[in-house]
Design a protein around this ligand. Structure first.
Ligand SMILES: *[C@@H]1O[C@H](CO)[C@@H](O)[C@H](O)[C@H]1NC(C)=O
Ligand SMILES: *[C@@H]1O[C@H](CO)[C@@H](O)[C@H](O)[C@H]1NC(C)=O
Ligand SMILES: *[C@@H]1O[C@H](CO)[C@@H](O)[C@H](O)[C@H]1NC(C)=O
Ligand SMILES: *[C@@H]1O[C@H](CO)[C@@H](O)[C@H](O)[C@H]1NC(C)=O
Ligand SMILES: *[C@@H]1O[C@H](CO)[C@@H](O)[C@H](O)[C@H]1NC(C)=O
Ligand SMILES: *[C@@H]1O[C@H](CO)[C@@H](O)[C@H](O)[C@H]1NC(C)=O
Ligand SMILES: *[C@@H]1O[C@H](CO)[C@@H](O)[C@H](O)[C@H]1NC(C)=O
Length: 514
């Protein structure tokens, strides 16, 4: 057979083979393998990781030490100094698992356990800091909103419980403020004091430790079962993996005035549906904020050699965006960009924003001295691999502040200049280590090898075809004549051979097929 024809046949076969296998079969195989692996049905490795994350997340807390408490009392601008981080391991586990085959769902209660750790760069927790007393500021703000008439009673109660304080600030050891508890003296006999302590107990702000009652910012979150969540397992539809359908046994929240804001969208943030387009947003429901956040695509990135997308999120601007007006405290009083009032959500008049008011309205930053917002340190950042739906790295950051407003009915609050006073911020961090990225990488090495070789083979086959065409037409005359001579010579020597003829017929037929 003539060489150009052989080359053409070879090239065309390679071309068809690679189109079928490399461009059709292999991607389908990957897709179906991913669909089979990335869902929460029993027996899947990812389900076990979803139920009990096999490694600890890092949980860091930073407090804002108030350096001029007495000056603030007389109306000056607060000056704070960040102290931290105080470091913990966060172990995430889901309890009371219940599967429902018929609607392809899994129900659970999330339980997060925090263990104190010390890593290089962390503070030890024995330091004394001064922060606005969350119970004094919280109670006054709550009563001012709910029952302003009761403020003079609160004034008396504060004097009783906190033994006639000279400021609203609390100076205590960091460990006590965060988890161990600051003693609140509820062993009082006056009416106002007793009433307030009763309120604090029903709000579960106090925990009884032996004979005394204590308050801390985080102990109530530690190792406690959160509200029940029902989520799709995604066995039937991979786009639903982890998507929350019910929170607290209800399809909607009952927190905000509109249906849109009450709707629950997205996953709990530990898992996402696979096979999304690289630029698609990540929807996460945050029970702490009673809202869904969308992390949006920023740029392409890599993590430990795995190609991924970088995502970030913001808290929107309820003063400007029509859709976010439902988060306003009242229709007339909206917070500015980047700030959320969680009073309706948690019953505590606390504000959420990014640390140091990063990406928030500048008026908040102007109201407090000592802050320096910084994108790298304070933004939310997620590196996400969209084929398997894996978050590879995440830094979720949130700051909690309380509004400081003057009121004439409470003595300690008479001279305040209105500001939003930051109290603490937290960073939840995770980065998959080699053990886990290694598993992902093998998939990516395979797809990369296939990707490169399929283009090489494709280009090679097209090149071969071109070369065959070139040889066939360019060297036409000689190519035609030479074999004839050869065959004649062959024939003259030993007669026709069956094999030779057969070979010709076969390749002829083979050629016609294509
Ligand atoms: C990754 O983390 C897991 C769980 O903590 C651990 O068992 C494993 O040894 C780690 N792998 C590497 C390479 O550090
Ligand atoms: C907090 O501020 C107070 C007053 O400025 C200071 O005495 C204290 O040492 C600070 N605490 C820390 C941990 O820096
Ligand atoms: C959180 O709770 C666990 C289990 O009850 C306990 O071992 C741990 O010490 C607590 N963490 C902190 C920071 O107090
Ligand atoms: C409460 O106060 C009373 C009177 O001041 C005192 O006798 C009692 O021991 C206190 N109880 C506790 C638990 O501190
Ligand atoms: C959860 O449901 C219970 C009972 O339906 C309700 O009383 C409670 O307010 C709900 N909590 C939240 C945060 O929605
Ligand atoms: C933000 O923080 C990073 C990391 O600590 C630092 O390198 C950078 O200089 C800071 N940027 C500004 C504007 O302060
Ligand atoms: C508020 O200011 C008035 C007048 O300057 C002063 O008399 C009063 O002591 C101040 N109150 C507090 C709680 O600092």
């Amino acid at each position: 057979m003539r060489f150009p024809v052989k080359l053409a046949i070879g090239s065309i076969s390679a071309f068809i083979f690679i189109i079928l296998v490399g461009f059709v079969l292999f991607p389908r195989m990957i897709t179906s393998k991913v669909k089979g692996m990335v869902n929460l049905a029993p027996g899947n490795e990812i389900r076990d990781m979803f139920i009990k994350v096999p490694f600890a997340l890092s949980f860091k807390i930073y407090l804002f030490n108030v350096t001029n408490p007495m000056e603030i009392q007389s109306g000056e601008k607060p000056i704070v100094k960040e102290v931290g981080p105080f470091c913990y391991e966060e172990w995430k586990e889901k309890m009371n698992i219940e599967d429902k085959e018929e609607d392809d769902t899994i129900s659970y209660n999330q339980k997060d356990t925090y263990l104190k750790k010390w890593w290089p760069g962390c503070r030890n927790g024995q330091e004394e800091v001064t922060i606005p007393h969350p119970l004094i500021l919280g109670i006054v703000n709550t009563v001012a909103r709910q029952k302003p008439g009761a403020l003079s009673l609160i004034n008396k109660a504060i004097k009783s419980i906190y033994s006639d304080p000279s400021s609203i600030f609390l100076t205590a050891k960091v460990d006590d403020i965060l988890f161990d508890g600051v003693v609140i003296n509820c062993n009082v006999s006056d009416f106002a004091g007793k009433a307030l302590c009763g309120q604090l107990r029903t709000a579960e702000a106090l925990t009884k430790v032996g004979e005394v009652e204590k308050f801390s910012l985080f102990s109530s979150k530690n190792a406690t079962l959160q509200k029940r969540i029902k989520a799709y397992r995604g066995k039937k539809n991979h786009r639903d993996v982890g998507r929350i359908v019910e929170y607290n046994s209800s399809k909607m929240m009952d927190v905000w005035p509109t249906e849109e804001c009450n709707s629950i969208e997205g996953t709990d943030g530990t898992i996402f549906p696979p096979l999304t387009k690289p630029g698609e947003g990540l929807f996460m429901f945050s029970p702490d904020l009673c809202r869904s956040l969308i992390a949006f695509f920023v740029r392409k990135s890599t993590y430990d050699g795995i190609p991924c997308g970088e995502f970030t999120a913001d808290l929107g601007d309820m003063s400007k965006n029509e859709k976010e007006k439902c988060y306003c405290s009242t229709p007339e009083t909206c917070l500015k960009k980047g700030m959320m009032d969680l009073y309706k959500c948690s019953g505590i008049p606390i504000y959420a924003s990014f640390p140091h008011f990063y990406n928030s309205d500048t008026s908040y930053l102007k109201g407090v001295g000592g802050l320096s917002p910084n994108k790298t340190k304070h933004e939310i950042k997620i590196l996400f691999e969209s084929i398997t739906g894996s978050p590879l790295y995440a830094r979720k950051r949130l700051q909690f502040s309380m509004p400081l407003e003057s009121t004439q009915k409470v003595e300690l609050f008479k001279n305040f200049t209105g500001t939003v006073l930051p109290i603490f911020w937290i960073e939840e961090g995770v980065g998959l280590n080699r053990t886990y990225t290694g598993q992902l990488k093998s998939l990516f090495t395979l797809t990369k090898v296939v990707k490169v070789s399929k283009w090489l083979i494709l280009i090679g086959s097209l090149g071969g075809l071109a070369a065959a065409g070139y040889l066939f037409f360019k060297v036409d005359g000689r190519a035609d004549i030479t074999p004839v001579h050869e065959i004649r010579r062959h024939e003259s020597k030993s007669g026709s051979t069956v094999n030779g003829a057969g070979g010709h017929v076969l390749s002829g037929n083979g050629l016609e097929k294509y």
